[in-house]
Ligand binder design. Structure first.
Ligand code: 13P
Length: 249
């Protein structure tokens, strides 16, 4: 039985004041009694604040990106070891906004995934197709290509200590959500692809759904057999909504 994981991706939102409010509302929710594990992926400058606020709670901390390099002359980058220093357990890699706005190719994403694993972080590998790709019927090819880049670089064993998130690009921040059946179909295909390399790892890997998940649609998505949690954007900024989604898991 896979434990469910509900992770918030705050994206580039927040301030010291608003984070304090949100973190305090999250930590005072009865999260320890939920079936799902919770995590929040916050902007780099707020890692320290969130690390302190979450200390002693069951809510894990994550970052939204990581450098593929270990250290050195890479101005503006943040290494996996630095994220470990600030108490991170998770890091997003290959979010569609990184892929589309910042040029993260499949190879870069695979290198970031590898760097995260080597440092002891749990990468949350984001995959997903654009609307044009879905309409062209290439969803499976796109998602498989994104996954295969990581499998080729790190090997299937690395997925035993990683999480996959299926986020159809057309559903992110648009209010459009994949139907439970559409999401389940892709999740099952991701698991089947991993099973061609290791049935055991495929059976255990958590595959999250992301894309306009909210309290009103969370339960029907989260009860699908291959959906093991959510990666939540907008609704993760509202404590009440994030907690309601986690409770539904
Ligand atoms: P929304 O929940 O705002 O659609 O964002 C999803 C997402 O991109 C999470 O990483």
């Amino acid at each position: 039985m896979r434990t469910k994981l509900v992770a918030g991706n705050w994206k580039m939102n927040g301030s010291l004041a608003s984070n304090a409010h949100l973190l305090s509302a999250l930590t005072s929710g009865a999260v320890a009694s939920f079936n799902a594990k919770l995590a929040v992926c916050v902007p780099y400058p707020y890692l320290s604040q969130a690390n302190l606020a979450l200390a002693g709670t069951t809510i894990a901390l994550g970052a939204q990106d990581v450098s593929e390099h270990e250290k050195g002359a890479f101005t503006g980058e943040v290494s996996a070891a630095m994220l470990m220093d600030f108490g991170c357990r998770y890091v997003l890699v290959g979010h569609s906004e990184r892929r589309s706005f910042y040029g993260d190719t499949d190879a870069v994403v695979a290198a970031k995934f590898d760097a995260a694993c080597k440092a002891g972080l749990v990468p949350i590998l984001c995959v997903g197709e654009s609307l044009a790709e879905r309409e062209a019927g290439t969803t499976l090819q796109v998602v498989t290509r994104q996954l295969d880049a990581v499998l080729a670089k790190s090997g299937v064993a690395a997925l035993a200590a990683a999480v996959v998130a299926y986020e159809p690009v057309w559903a992110i921040g648009t209010g459009l959500t994949a139907t439970p059946a559409q999401a389940q179909e892709v999740h099952a295909q991701i698991r089947a692809r991993i099973a061609t390399e290791s049935i055991e790892i495929a059976a255990n890997v958590q595959i999250l759904y992301g894309g306009s998940m909210k309290p009103s649609n969370a339960a029907e998505l989260l009860c699908q057999s291959d959906i093991d949690g959510g990666l939540i954007g907008g609704a993760a900024l509202v404590a009440e909504d994030f907690l309601a989604i986690a409770k539904a898991a």
